[in-house]
Write a protein that binds this ligand. Structure first.
Ligand SMILES: [Fe+2]
Ligand SMILES: [Fe+2]
Length: 473
């Protein structure tokens, strides 16, 4: 049942039974490949990469590892198995059978949700396309490419929903997903964090730790959707997303571990003396990517979020854990800036606070990762610690948009914030330093850059000196 077909477009949705849809997607496929060749990983398209491919949507369907060239990756349409008698889990239609088609009154809203999610997938591939030229090891290079091909797969997931359920407009939106470009002034990607450049590997690990984790929470919320095809699509995407966050959390963890080792070895307790990255610099990268990722959850008080929830389109992460699935009763207490900028306690009706509820779950999850990094620092005998900045710090969305809060959440005079910016966010000099460590790719089997610790084990039980990417193409 979970088996994925061998067709030109691998799928488990019986695509060949819908000739019109199959033809439309077969026309989109070469456009996707053109986009991949133009905007995907630069210069590694002809290399054999040790990649994981889904051969079924069951849990053991991920066991397939093999060498292939990225343009030959089996991108396709994989939905998690349907849940028998699934009912809508929240909102006005709570308890009614889930929708197998798009309810007319929710058509525009659903399309917008899918386009917004879909746009992030190719965006991240574009942001990361140059990183292969500065990889710290073949192990990391392979992980980067695994993430990239899976983001391409996520793009397929959203393009399928648009083609299958949204008619001509949906097809046009699927084309637009291939036409926008990360960071492009004229046709940028939709969301801010996906237009930021990722030019070094510390940023890449922070992105996969914090921004892919936003993805996890958006997908968890959409997995609750009353629109069942969206729920099934996002449930399978979550199995892919887990690896991305593994890459991020362990990547930062290895940089932290190496930083601690070099701090102890260096004469003045400064890891930069030995070509490592110091904890204050790591903290600045964390501050940047965490705050950019918090923005992705949207406004603290949001009528859109309320209507998504009321309509049964987007729930809370793990909705079954909550007692009240209607959420018309009750308030969420928040401290929000009044017109004079001072924080005032406010009672926000629960439905309007759904972005913040999702952000809460995200923040908790991020904190667990930071705690693990801090254990590494403690084990190395260092007193320095990493921390998540206040949610109010460096925000470009919602109630705190553009307000000069410091990482502790204290409102500062604008000029003080501007003056101290480089204490909190990577400065031009920090970026130049981190980049200087990554001037050349390290592609000898078993080689590892001096600013990052080796992982405890390889991919799929392979040794660390395994040739994960055959760079002698
Ligand atoms: Fe994704
Ligand atoms: Fe991802």
């Amino acid at each position: 049942m979970g088996h994925i077909s061998d067709e030109k477009i691998p799928n488990n949705v019986n695509l060949s039974s819908d000739k019109k849809l199959q033809r439309a997607l077969e026309q989109w496929q070469p456009d996707f490949i053109n986009w991949w060749m133009e905007m995907g990983p630069s210069d590694f398209q002809a290399h054999d990469v040790y990649l994981r491919t889904a051969i079924s949507v069951d849990t053991d369907g991920w066991a397939h590892f093999d060498f292939l060239k990225m343009p030959e990756y089996r991108w396709g349409i994989f939905l998690a198995e349907p849940v028998a008698n699934r009912a809508i889990g929240f909102g006005e239609s709570f308890g009614q059978p889930v929708w197998q088609d798009v309810p007319g009154e929710h058509r525009n809203t659903l399309q917008r949700l899918i386009v917004t999610q879909g746009d992030t997938e190719p965006a991240s591939v574009e942001q990361q396309r140059m990183l292969g030229h500065s990889c710290p090891s073949l192990y990391d290079l392979r992980n980067l490419f695994q993430v990239n091909v899976e983001e391409g797969r996520h793009l397929w997931a959203m393009a399928y929903l648009l083609h299958r359920f949204f008619g001509r407009e949906g097809r046009e939106e699927a084309d637009e997903l291939l036409a926008r470009r990360s960071g492009n002034e004229d046709r940028p990607r939709i969301l801010g964090a996906f237009n930021e450049p990722i030019e070094d590997w510390l940023s890449f690990y922070m992105f996969t730790m914090f921004t892919d984790r936003d993805g996890k929470y958006q997908l968890l919320a959409l997995a609750e959707s009353g629109f069942d095809p969206l729920s099934r699509t996002t449930r399978f995407m979550l199995t892919e997303e887990a690896h991305h966050m593994f890459v991020g959390e362990t990547g930062v963890g290895r940089v932290v571990q190496k930083s601690a080792e070099l701090t102890r070895r260096s004469a003045h307790g400064n890891p930069r003396e030995l070509g490592g990255i110091d904890i204050p610099t790591i903290q600045k990268y964390l501050n940047l990517w965490y705050s950019l990722s918090l923005d992705l959850f949207g406004s603290e008080v949001s009528t859109n979020a309320a209507s998504f929830f009321g309509a049964g389109l987007k729930g809370r992460a793990k909705e079954e854990k909550f007692a009240d699935h209607i959420a018309l009763q009750g308030f969420y207490p928040m401290e929000l800036p009044a017109s004079d900028g001072k924080l005032q306690p406010q009672q926000v009706p629960l439905r309007s606070a759904m972005n913040e509820v999702l952000r809460d779950a995200y923040v908790e999850d991020c904190q667990r990762g930071v705690d693990r990094w801090n254990k590494t620092l403690a084990a190395a005998g260092l007193s320095e610690r990493l921390s998540l900045p206040s949610r109010r710090f460096h925000r470009h969305q919602g109630a705190f948009d553009g307000m000069p809060f410091d990482p502790q959440g204290k409102l500062l005079p604008r000029e003080e914030w501007d003056r101290r910016r480089d204490e909190w966010i990577p400065s031009a000099a920090d970026k130049a330093y981190v980049k200087s460590l990554q001037a050349k790719p390290l592609t000898q089997p078993g080689q590892m850059a001096q600013w990052i610790a080796a992982p405890p084990r390889g991919i799929n039980n392979q040794p660390l000196d395994f040739v994960y990417v055959r760079t002698e193409a």
